[in-house]
Design a protein around this ligand. Structure first.
Ligand code: DQA
Length: 151
């Protein structure tokens, strides 16, 4: 029998401050509120979520190393999007399909946010829909997993 799929949901630096951090850019919902909405969506999809937030690059990499059985990854690498070859390599090493998520439309902001070191090892990127970006990412990864299973 098919095992229940587990999706890692990883949030990088400063995202623990959501709700009070630059609300004009990132909105007023806390990370817990966003994750609660994701949990409800995951229940509807029949998948399990494993949440992790860290402000430290090494902790994110260690978390990925310890989750070799994961079926998918949703990651908002925050500022590490634009700097971290190490997180990119850890995602590639795990080999599970990954979706990169951003609350803001990084392509409509400062020049340095337009470049992602993570996107090339992801199946796609979702940016600009506020907290709903995470729900879209979950829908996308669940559809991707179902499609790969059918092939
Ligand atoms: C962000 C965009 C990044 O450029 C920024 O460093 C963040 C948040 C977003 O979700 O819009 O911390 O990843």
């Amino acid at each position: 029998m098919d095992h229940t799929k587990t999706i890692l949901v990883i949030n990088g630096p400063n995202l623990n401050l959501l709700g009070m951090r630059e609300p004009n850019t990132y909105g007023t919902k806390s990370l817990d509120e966003i994750l609660e909405a994701m949990r409800a969506a995951a229940d509807r999809h029949g998948v399990l979520l494993n949440f992790f937030q860290s402000n430290s690059e090494g902790a994110i990499i260690d978390f990925l190393h310890e989750r070799t059985g994961a079926d998918g990854i949703i990651i908002n690498p925050a500022a590490y999007t634009h700097t971290s070859i190490a997180i990119r390599d850890a995602i590639a090493a795990l080999g599970a399909p990954a979706v990169e998520v951003h609350l803001s439309n990084v392509h409509a902001r400062e020049e340095f946010r337009r470049h992602s070191l993570i996107a090339p090892v992801c199946i796609g990127q979702i940016a600009g829909f506020g907290p709903h970006s995470y729900i879209l990412a979950l829908d996308a990864i669940v559809a991707h997993i179902a499609r790969s299973r059918a092939e």
